[in-house]
Design a protein around this ligand. Structure first.
Ligand code: UD1
Length: 417
């Protein structure tokens, strides 16, 4: 299996253009299923999660063609509603196909999904909401069998603003009969992007970006073209890379508003940040200041997907920082790896206390999930000596050619198969 070898100590310098957001691409690819026509989705980086979603679409009969950074998806030929177990296990987000397939075909079978190992990640809110819309869902032997004789609009109060559940309901509701209201909806930028796609496809939907989304079901959707919004997590990860290496970087083609919470916390660490239109210039501080409290929350709060990268940064802070991970349980697997590099971290359930050390030292480590894996690479860039990060496939789920990108910015990193 591939691993990264990093010789730490180089300052990262340069400019990077940010491509489309993985977390927008996956639900929008699922949404293309509903129309049964051809959609053209652009600004798509080469990511393992996108490949898995493409394979799932192919396996149920869709035709997918890649042209540069565009995917042409023809969903007219879909003739199966059972999702392949091994692919679903590989990527939890495949659960997003439930709403889409149920809406179009009135049935779908799927095994319980996999994905990053960060806590139990239940799907009870997805199932409860789809049931409220009239789906009959039976669970047996690790499989979910769902069917309906036509979904009905419903007034749904989410117990938690789950991103995936909000998206699944939006998809199911787009061609359901009548009006669906989603209350306490997730407000992430990717939800707005999904709404934008659905509107182009003919859906009547409003409110994305607020806590209440309203969908008036229409009889059918049509194919359309859509450009994916920039990936705020990739941009944020690179900004941490510049900060941790005392570097200087410009991230371009971003939506600055999507990065406000990350920018605010990076400023607390002493990074100098200048905003100019759709670009951010960051100059790393000589010594990283600690953060009194970094608390992950649903958007517009600080993203859980940036927590691991910040933990890596705070290990070399000039004092003690506290992280409170409120979104996922068990999302501190990177902490034990960072400790092996000399970091001083103690975790207590959802809280981590990080006492900054002067320097990390290179070690051999294992990526255990996507963002945690990226965090280990960031730590390696700043560490003294050589760091090896095994299991890079986790990282390639969400970062396109991560080592090439970092090399281009001056990092001494190679990928060994
Ligand atoms: C999405 C993102 C992921 C991000 C997360 C939170 C995609 C493909 N993935 O994941 O990168 O980390 O949002 O911003 O967009 N929950 C339940 N029951 C449910 C659904 C969720 O209890 O039915 C819980 C989860 O266990 C978790 C919390 O709600 O503790 C947030 O999960 P959710 O917002 O659904 O995240 P995902 O959509 O899985």
């Amino acid at each position: 299996m591939a691993k990264y070898i990093i010789q730490g100590g180089n300052r990262l310098e340069g400019e990077v253009e940010i491509k489309g957001a993985k977390n927008s691409i996956l639900p929008i690819l699922a949404a293309t299923v509903i129309s049964g026509e051809v959609s053209k989705i652009s600004n798509i980086p080469q990511l393992r999660d996108v490949e898995v979603m493409t394979k799932i679409l192919l396996s149920i009969g869709a035709k997918v063609e890649k042209e540069g950074d565009q995917l042409l998806i023809d969903t007219s030929s879909i003739d199966k509603t059972q999702l392949p177990e091994e692919l679903v296990r590989e990527m939890r987000s495949s659960i997003i196909l439930m709403g889409a397939l149920l809406a179009r075909f009135g049935e779908v079978s799927v095994s319980y999904p996999g994905g990053c190992e960060i806590g139990p990640r239940p799907i009870d809110l997805h199932l409860k909401s789809l049931r409220q819309m009239g789906a009959i869902i039976e669970e047996s032997h690790g499989f979910l069998h769902c069917r309906s004789l036509g979904l009905q609009g419903a007034d749904i109060q989410l117990d938690y603003p789950s991103v995936g559940a909000t998206e699944n309901i939006m998809l199911a509701a787009s061609i359901a009969e009548g009006r669906t209201i989603i209350r306490n909806a997730a407000r992430e930028p990717e939800i707005i992007d999904l709404q934008d796609y659905l509107r182009k496809a003919g859906a009547k939907i409003k409110g994305a970006g607020t806590s209440v989304i309203t969908v008036e079901g229409v009889p059918s959707l049509k194919g359309c073209s859509h450009r994916i919004i920039p990936d705020r997590i990739v941009a944020g990860t690179l900004m941490v890379a510049a900060t941790i290496t005392k570097g200087e970087m410009v991230v371009k083609d971003i939506v600055v508003e999507h990065l406000q919470s990350t920018v605010a916390k990076l400023r607390e660490t002493g990074a100098n940040i200048f905003i100019n239109g759709n670009a951010i210039k960051l100059i790393g501080p000589e010594r990283v200041e600690p953060i009194e409290l970094l608390q992950t929350l649903p958007y517009p709060g600080f993203p859980t997907d940036m927590q691991a990268q910040f933990m890596a940064l705070l290990t070399i802070g000039n004092g003690t920082s506290i992280i409170n991970e409120t979104v996922f349980e068990n999302r501190f697997k990177h902490a034990e790896e960072l400790v092996r590099m000399g970091a001083n971290i103690k975790t207590f359930g959802k809280v981590a206390v990080i006492k900054g050390v002067k320097e990390l030292t290179g070690a051999r480590m294992y990526a255990k999930d996507l963002r945690g894996g990226a965090a280990l690479v960031l730590a390696g860039l700043a560490a003294e000596g050589i760091t090896e990060v095994e299991n890079t496939f986790h990282i390639s789920r969400g970062y396109e050619n991560f080592h090439n990108l970092l090399q281009g910015l001056g990092a001494n990193i190679s990928c060994v198969k």
